[in-house]
Design a protein. Structure first.
Length: 316
């Protein structure tokens, strides 16, 4: 499906060196902020207190958040749980206060706001559990990267696998760099968004690589640079439709999904924008710098003849 078609190929690779330099600088800045500031981890990773509060009516999360802000719990997470009458509250660790003291303090504040609030349960999440979640999250990220390398190696060729993985890691590190620079809260939902961006970004790279292979087969006289430019230009309509539709859905979550989906949709937005950029100016450009050529994608078939056959090589 195409809404439009660009007749003349856009010379993307003419400016590949400049855009690769911009990508490298952005990547290094993201790494710097990750080490210098670090991620602002949520209580799922650092540990804290979890409260389930029940109301006889529909629970309004915004007034609850305002009450928690007054109690200096600005980092607390509030979301409906199970039904619209129940909310789950996650409180970060607070020096000098035990889990029971935190729950008593919060329930006293909520009772002043609404006397019908009833504490259903309270649990303490230790830092060790958070450490295990962080380790498992990194393991999941590593498994995804290894899977992408194996897939691209079988689907195309090692040069494309290297280019695709570097482009995908470029997107992930930049997302993490944004969260480190602005100190946005990094939760399990954001980790899920990062893993989703990995799959989303590799899909865009595969589409471009597929079109490069098709162009190599059809256009024998084109140079490698011309083939890559043609492949990217011919997929632009598809890219705009796909990413535009996805971004509309993510934007609706960002605007109307509330605080629970705020950082999840924000991570997806950054990933979508940089995923488009990296597929064109990182993955395709790196494949060009690695010396990709027609023979890498189109295997030459050689017919073997029997040396004892007197008709071998004869033409009719």
């Amino acid at each position: 499906m195409e809404f439009f078609r660009i007749r003349k190929d856009v010379p993307f690779m003419r400016h590949a060196l400049v855009f690769n330099a911009v990508s490298l600088i952005t990547f290094l800045l993201a790494v710097f902020f990750l080490f210098h500031r670090g991620l602002h981890l949520s209580i799922e990773f650092t540990g804290g207190t979890v409260l389930e509060v029940q109301y006889p009516h529909v629970a309004q999360t915004d007034p609850i958040r305002q009450t928690l802000d007054k109690l200096n719990y600005s980092d607390a997470q509030v979301a409906n749980f199970g039904s619209s009458n129940s909310v789950i509250i996650r409180l970060p660790l607070k020096g000098g206060l035990s889990s029971a003291q935190q729950s008593d303090q919060v329930m006293a504040g909520l009772s002043q706001q609404d006397s019908t609030a009833k504490l259903q349960r309270v649990e303490f999440v230790g830092p060790q559990v958070g450490k295990e979640l962080a380790t498992n999250g990194l393991l999941a990220l590593a498994c995804v990267v290894i899977g992408i390398v194996i897939y691209l190696s079988f689907r195309f060729e090692w040069k494309y696998a290297v280019a695709g993985v570097i482009a995908n890691l470029h997107d992930v590190v930049i997302i993490l760099g944004f969260f480190a620079f602005f100190q946005w809260e990094f939760s399990l939902s954001v980790l899920a968004a990062v893993l989703a961006v990995l799959g989303y970004s590799v899909n865009e790279s595969v589409v471009i690589f597929d079109r490069i292979r098709e162009t190599f087969r059809r256009q024998r006289k084109m140079s490698v640079t011309e083939v890559i430019n043609h492949a990217i230009t011919s997929t632009m309509s598809r890219t705009i439709i796909t990413h535009g539709s996805t971004q509309m859905m993510v934007l609706s979550m960002f605007l109307f999904g509330g605080p629970s989906l705020h950082y999840f949709s924000l991570a997806l937005t950054i990933g979508i924008l940089f995923g488009i950029y990296s597929s064109v100016f990182v993955a395709a450009a790196l494949a060009m710098w690695l010396g990709v050529k027609r023979e890498d994608l189109i295997k030459q078939t050689v017919t073997k003849h029997d040396p004892n056959d007197p008709n071998a090589g004869a033409q009719v």
